[in-house]
Design a protein around this ligand. Structure first.
Ligand SMILES: Nc1ncnc2c1ncn2[C@@H]1O[C@H](COP(=O)(O)OP(=O)(O)OP(=O)(O)O)[C@@H](O)[C@H]1O
Length: 248
């Protein structure tokens, strides 16, 4: 069963075709990396899957059902969450308050929060659980803007997971991190995405090859290969178009 499936998807901005006929399948429960050079269209593809953009042509399916005509809120309700760089938005909120916004949004989406009186305790328990999951319990009362960078990214993960998604889209979760921080983040992402489907854009090939079950390579708006890390590592056109250069 595919969690995400794209069929002949294109996206134009004015006269430039950025996504040029993408077929992509992300199986339910797998961790799938989307890699490719700068400007290949990876963020655009994320925006198409999460409903921020509509394809110019082609079709997108989530869990087998067409999704490309639906707005982002509807797609979130279908169980897809993507990470956002939220920490600059909520710099004056504490870590606890920031995660609570995510929990409240999720309850609003799923349980008609405005109608049912959900107890303060339930929300607090959810927030505490998420903070424990991302190892930020000890930071609950710190202002978001004062967290060190890697903890800001962990906080984004907590807010993304507050939506209790089946499908998670992460955009460069280890960008700007030291080797040690990146390794910790990989362990965290691995643990927190167990039992879910993950599609991740990532430039660090160590992260990609250690975290993901399958990899798709996007070059100039086209998927030039999809396969296991081993298949991708020995694919000649991938090495020519991307990995060789990345290694270089
Ligand atoms: N809203 C837009 N309007 C016009 N052009 C856009 C828009 N969004 C993206 N593009 C163009 O699409 C191309 C692909 O951009 P995109 O950000 O998707 O690439 P990327 O693979 O994510 O790159 P990077 O790895 O550098 O983040 C770029 O040339 C960009 O300028």
């Amino acid at each position: 069963m595919s969690a995400i499936s794209l069929s002949s998807v294109t996206k134009r901005f004015g006269s430039s075709e950025i996504i040029r006929g993408v077929d992509l399948v992300v199986n339910a429960g797998e961790r799938h990396a989307l890699i490719g050079p700068n400007g290949a269209g990876k963020s655009t593809l994320f925006n198409l899957i999460s409903g921020q953009f509509r394809p110019t042509s082609g079709q997108i399916f989530l869990n087998g059902e067409r999704s490309d005509r639906e707005p982002p809120e509807m797609i979130a309700r279908r169980g897809l969450a993507r990470s956002f760089q939220i920490t600059s938005l909520f710099a004056r909120l504490t870590v606890f308050e920031t995660v609570r916004l995510g929990v409240m949004a999720n309850r609003g989406i799923r349980f008609c929060f405005w109608r049912s009186a959900v107890s303060h305790r339930e929300v607090t328990n959810d927030v505490d659980g998420l903070l424990t999951d991302v190892n930020l319990s000890h930071r609950a009362n710190v202002l978001t803007g004062e967290l060190p960078y890697s903890e800001q990214r962990a906080l984004e993960l907590a807010v993304t997971l507050a939506l209790r998604p089946e499908i998670v889209l992460l955009d460069e979760p280890t960008a700007g991190m030291s080797v040690e921080e990146a390794a910790q983040t990989v362990a965290l992402v691995r643990r927190l995405t167990a039992g879910r489907t993950l599609l991740v854009v990532e430039h660090d090939m160590d992260v990609v090859f250690s975290l993901c079950d399958r990899i798709s390579v996007l070059v100039h708006g086209r998927i030039i290969a999809s396969g296991t890390p081993e298949e991708i590592a020995r694919n000649e056109s991938v090495n020519e178009a991307y990995l060789g250069k990345a290694a270089h």
